[in-house]
Design a binder for this molecule. Structure first.
Ligand SMILES: [Zn+2]
Length: 152
């Protein structure tokens, strides 16, 4: 389901130097409603079904712009079909840092972000960005500690 224009997407487009035009916002909304890649015809059909009007060559042009500015990634399906997916930025990731060796790893933060968005909306606020720091003991350090424990 498509939502109304959000200022989030206007900010997103302006952030990469693009004007927030209606076709760009519509395509972004379709991509945001998908958790996996979607091809250009599916995007076009979604826009038609949502009764907002669409033009296939405009959809192509918008995807080209969004890909060029790094908002959207292209994945190739097994049958060489281009699938478009919103690139998750650093804002969406949770960084886990090992308290023992200091190594950090990136955790996919999409579900967390969705939850935070929901909480923010419930409070009547507007979501802007998201980052989480997680402290862990990494697998290597755990193993090391385990080995020490056995020998002691
Ligand atoms: Zn560690």
């Amino acid at each position: 389901m498509l939502t109304d224009i959000t200022t989030d997407n206007v900010t997103l487009l302006r952030g990469v130097g693009l004007k927030a035009t209606v076709p760009r916002l519509r395509v972004l909304e379709v991509l945001q409603s998908k958790s996996c890649g979607i091809d250009v015809h599916q995007i076009y059909l979604e826009l038609l079904e949502s009764d907002r009007g669409a033009n296939l060559s405009t959809v192509y042009a918008v995807l080209k712009q969004l890909t060029a500015c790094g908002l959207v990634d292209v994945h190739w399906s097994a049958n060489r079909k281009a699938l478009y997916v919103l690139r998750s930025t650093g804002n969406h990731a949770a960084i886990a840092t090992c308290v023992s060796c200091g190594q950090s790893m990136e955790l996919p933060g999409d579900e967390l972000e969705e939850y935070v968005r929901m909480l923010v909306a419930r409070q009547g606020g507007q979501f802007r960005a998201f980052s989480v720091d997680v402290q862990v003991v990494c697998a290597a350090c755990l193993q090391h500690a385990g080995a020490l424990g056995k020998s002691a």
